[in-house]
Design a binder for this molecule. Structure first.
Ligand SMILES: Cc1cc2nc3c(=O)[nH]c(=O)nc-3n(C[C@H](O)[C@H](O)[C@H](O)COP(=O)(O)OP(=O)(O)OC[C@H]3O[C@@H](n4cnc5c(N)ncnc54)[C@H](O)[C@@H]3O)c2cc1C
Ligand code: FES
Length: 264
């Protein structure tokens, strides 16, 4: 069940280059949130801009919902100006999240794709479930953001055993995150599933690798979202069976085999 409410901003801090962490007091949403689900958020205090923006739930702390976001355009620029004590209209949790009960999943995050997967990792940790995690980013600078978020040094990479990969070689494996993932799938044992979130080219490559190694893949897909609740059809993702899947209803987390990656 999703909830619609004005939520108090309790924090909105820059944690890296153009990356912020927002905390909202939204107990009903926090209580219901599952990793991979998202919220729709009105970024301004007033009616402008009219359309809310979708953001993954990055975590929950008591009655607070955490969002990790990158400034991209008009809406996120405005959101970066939100001050503690102000209110924002938010509704959620929305959509389908990750299935976490599969045996020893492998998490693969690219860039801001870490937002929902850090929440997934936290829930797996809480359960004492074994998992592995790979994290790809452009360069070391972005890592500052993840350190600032955790406040515990390179927590995401070391504490949880995340294997890093960077395109410029400044941290972890020099190259794309799909390279250590391939090595891992080749080496075995076969994981119960790969859970992926990141840029589209990364998701396509991960889906292809999973098909090659016959591993189930849950991919979180992004699409422009006007309503977030299945009404506008703006978030259509081409389906492998023909037709379309709505990222806000049948996703954003979808079985990769259900998606027509050639048409996405
Ligand atoms: C389910 C879902 C979860 C998301 N989770 C996060 C998150 O945790 N953190 C985060 O930083 N961002 C997330 N996004 C992306 C975020 O919604 C967009 O970056 C945001 O709406 C941009 O708004 P804007 O007004 O600043 O930019 P606009 O002015 O609307 O656009 C600026 C640029 O961003 C691109 N853009 C706009 N919307 C999207 C989108 N949905 N996907 C990809 N590119 C887009 C545009 O093509 C354009 O190039 C998520 C998107 C979806 C669909
Ligand atoms: S965002 Fe409107 S149908 Fe998905």
């Amino acid at each position: 069940m999703s909830h619609n409410q004005y939520a108090k901003v309790t924090d909105n801090q820059p944690v890296g280059p153009e990356i912020y962490r927002l905390t909202l007091e939204a107990p009903a949403i926090a209580a219901a949130a599952r990793p991979g689900q998202f919220v729709m958020l009105r970024v301004g205090p007033g009616p402008e801009p009219l359309l809310a923006r979708p953001f993954s739930i990055h975590g929950v702390e008591g009655g607070q919902v955490l969002i990790l976001y990158q400034v991209k355009g008009k809406g996120t620029k405005l959101l970066a100006q939100a001050r503690r004590g102000e209110e924002r209209l938010v509704w959620g949790p929305l959509g389908r999240g990750f299935e976490l009960s599969l045996e020893r999943p492998v998490l693969v995050a690219g860039g801001m794709g870490l937002a929902p997967l850090a929440f997934a990792a936290e829930r797996l940790e809480e359960r004492g479930a074994a998992f592995e995690a790979f994290y790809g980013l452009a360069s070391r600078e972005a890592l500052v953001a993840w350190d600032a978020v955790s406040g515990e040094g390179a927590f995401y990479l070391d504490g949880w055993g995340w294997s890093g990969a960077s395109e410029d070689g400044s941290v972890g494996h020099h190259g794309l995150v799909t390279e250590p993932l391939r090595a891992r799938l080749q080496a075995g044992p076969r994981p119960g599933a790969v859970l992926a979130c990141g840029p589209l080219p990364m998701l396509k490559a991960v889906a292809k690798l999973c098909a090659e190694f016959e591993v189930a893949c849950q991919a979180s897909l992004e699409a422009p979202m006007a309503c977030g609740v299945g009404a506008c059809l703006g978030c259509a993702i081409p389906a492998a069976s023909g037709g379309y899947l709505r990222a806000c209803q049948e996703g954003p987390v979808m079985e990769a085999s259900l998606v027509d990656w050639g048409r996405v």
